[in-house]
Design a binder for this molecule. Structure first.
Ligand code: ADP
Ligand code: MG
Length: 247
């Protein structure tokens, strides 16, 4: 078991006044201009905004893949900026699942090996990581496809493998950057459903999306423009819309 118990009163993800500037001088791009955001266990937050507004930068910094220019990022109460390379890598492996826009699957590994990789890297036994990976593949509707290679799959199936890799081993923070971008709407709904279930099971989920229909699966929607949060709304979940209940 690689997941550590954390204090339920501490947000799984906490960003404070996060600034990110790419480059310097005349060519500097202010991608994030002071973003603060908390995401609690059991909560799914959708981030919406136009292209270039800073959504991917926000997610990459939240996942510890990129350092903020200033401000702090904490995952489970641990401030990422204070960690050394090894400690940061460990937090990323053990606590954070990332779904990239371009899937980022390794073509030379089988589907099962791709999904099991984070657990293998975290030092889990091969048998344990394979069985967890099989379970994650079943969740995304790819039971029995573990021996295939990414190149043998359709775009939608590959995206579901990427989702399986992000949820395997029950990591507490799941970050997904437009995970339904290339998918037909049926596959897209499956992906959303899986992310929603992970939140209902206690993970914190941050989803970047263009699609208001997808954002409706979240508990909260955060709107970002020019690197700032400009608005926030609670979202009525689809089943509550159907039953006429407000959240
Ligand atoms: P979004 O995901 O909302 O489309 P991004 O976070 O990708 O926005 O980009 C925010 C801004 O930062 C854009 O102006 C983009 O051109 C710029 N940007 C993103 N990545 C880099 C980078 N590696 N170097 C320089 N500028 C970047
Ligand atoms: Mg983006």
């Amino acid at each position: 078991m690689t997941v550590q118990m954390t204090d339920p009163n501490v947000p799984v993800l906490s960003l404070r006044d996060v600034v990110k500037t790419y480059g310097e001088g005349d060519s500097a791009v202010h991608a994030l201009a002071g973003v603060s955001l908390d995401v609690n266990a059991g909560e799914m937050v959708a981030v919406m905004g136009t292209s270039g507004s800073g959504k991917s930068t926000l997610l990459t910094i939240a996942g510890g893949l990129l350092a903020a220019t200033s401000g702090t990022v904490s995952v489970g109460g641990v401030e990422l900026g204070r960690l050394r390379v090894k400690g940061l890598a460990r937090i990323r492996r053990e606590r954070i699942g990332f779904v990239f826009q371009d899937f980022n699957l390794l073509p030379s590994l089988t589907v099962l090996e791709n999904v099991a990789l984070p657990l293998d890297l975290a030092g889990q036994s091969a048998a344990g990581s394979r069985s967890d990976a099989r379970r994650a593949l079943a969740v995304v509707g790819l039971r029995g496809r573990g021996a295939s290679y990414p190149d043998d799959l359709s775009g939608g199936q590959r995206q579901r493998v990427a989702i399986a890799r992000a949820i395997v081993g029950r990591r507490r923070l799941v970050l997904a950057d437009e995970p339904t971008g290339a998918l037909d709407s049926v596959t897209g709904d499956t992906v959303l459903q899986v992310l929603r279930e992970r939140a209902d099971e206690g993970a914190a989920v941050v989803l970047v999306t263009h699609d208001a229909r997808h954002a409706a699966w979240a508990d909260r929607i955060v709107y970002i423009a020019d690197g700032r949060i400009i608005d926030e709304a609670s979202s009525a979940r689809p089943e509550q819309l159907l039953s006429g209940g407000a959240r």
